[in-house]
Design a protein around this ligand. Structure first.
Ligand code: ADE
Ligand code: ZN
Length: 331
């Protein structure tokens, strides 16, 4: 295999990297009954009508994650794969409320993930950040409690907050207060918007939550004024092509709006979202896009450079990674 393009992954739910084999192994280790006999049985269930039908399975399978070691093993498995996909830096989402609601402490989750992430640079050559996501289909009060309970980790293990889960009917405005508090605490801010939801949700994420990046944002193209704003302010969009097709936000990869987004001058990045469920990690997304849309080498290099520009890295580290992108030779 040729050397993959060096890149940052900025839209990756760690729970969405749970491969069927690991899910079954953790279920056995923790004495949990899953209604699937084999990894193939489980894979056969990966057919989604929309975001909600995916979320139902995604939350159900999290039942196998119980101990600190489970979260360490999950993150470690991701890091090993990510390096083979050319990932040099990963800003990783996790969904604390999906675990605390099942009786798993926040401490277990964060410290379990932290054990793998703390030494990721030495062991895998990948720098990392952790982004705490609020589940937007739960209440604003629940998000506020979650923020408070995570305070001991601010600025160390947790450096940003995000917003995910069922989008339609749960606008960013619902979370204005918790995002303001996170901002006061010095955290970076991102939010899923414009995946299934309308362009208005992207406006709200920018104006009310004051986010620095929009996760997905593909529906922004429906609003010319919004495109102009995103372009002018260089707001990064973390786009996830294979996810968009699997969740039927886009019919076929050949119809994906990414080339139009690039043409419009938007700061687009390519990411994998929930790679275990959507048929590929980040380099797989690049390859699928290249095959379906004929992205040329310069477009791919631009997308990789964008991923570092859009990251929360400091300037020195960003410059070092950008030099790697520049030096990359396509095989
Ligand atoms: N949680 C995990 N993947 C998600 C997605 N694509 N959209 C919203 N919430 C998610
Ligand atoms: Zn996502």
């Amino acid at each position: 295999m040729t050397t993959p393009l060096p890149k940052a992954e900025l839209h990756l739910h760690i729970e969405g990297t749970l491969e069927p084999e690991l899910a079954l192994a953790l279920a056995a280790r923790n004495g949990i009954d899953l209604p699937y006999g084999s990894a193939d049985d489980l894979r056969a269930a990966y057919s989604f009508r929309d975001l909600q039908s995916f979320l139902d399975l995604y939350y159900a399978l999290m039942a196998v994650l119980r101990t600190e070691q489970d979260f360490t093993d999950l993150a470690e498995a991701y890091l090993a794969r990510a390096r083979r996909q050319g990932v040099r830096h990963a800003e990783i989402f996790f969904d604390p409320q999906a675990h605390t609601a099942r009786g798993v402490d926040l401490r277990t989750v964060v410290e379990g993930l932290g054990r793998a992430l703390d030494s990721a640079e030495q062991r895998h050559g990948i720098t990392t950040r952790l982004i705490l996501c609020f589940l937007r289909d739960l209440s604003a009060e629940d998000a506020l409690e979650t923020l408070e309970s995570a305070r001991p980790y601010f600025g160390t293990l947790i450096t940003a907050v995000g917003l995910d889960s069922a989008e339609v009917g749960n606008p960013p405005s619902k979370f204005q207060e918790v995002f303001a508090l996170a901002r006061e605490a010095g955290l970076h801010l991102v939010a899923h918007a414009g995946e299934e939801g309308p362009p208005e949700y992207v406006w709200e994420a920018l104006d009310l939550l004051r986010v620095e990046r929009i996760d997905h944002g593909i529906r922004s193209l429906e609003d010319e004024r919004l495109v102009e704003r995103l372009r002018r302010e260089r707001v990064p969009l973390t786009v996830c092509p294979l996810s968009n097709v699997r969740l039927r936000c886009v019919d076929r990869l050949e119809d994906h709006p990414l080339p139009r987004m690039l043409e419009a001058g938007l700061l687009v990045t390519v990411n994998s979202d929930d790679p275990s469920y959507f048929g590929g990690y980040v380099e797989d997304n690049f390859r699928a896009l290249t095959a379906a849309l004929g992205l040329d080498e310069e477009q791919r290099r631009t997308l990789a450079a964008n991923s570092f520009h859009a990251s929360f890295l400091d300037d020195k580290q960003r410059a070092a990674y950008l030099a790697e992108v520049e030096a990359h030779r396509f095989g």
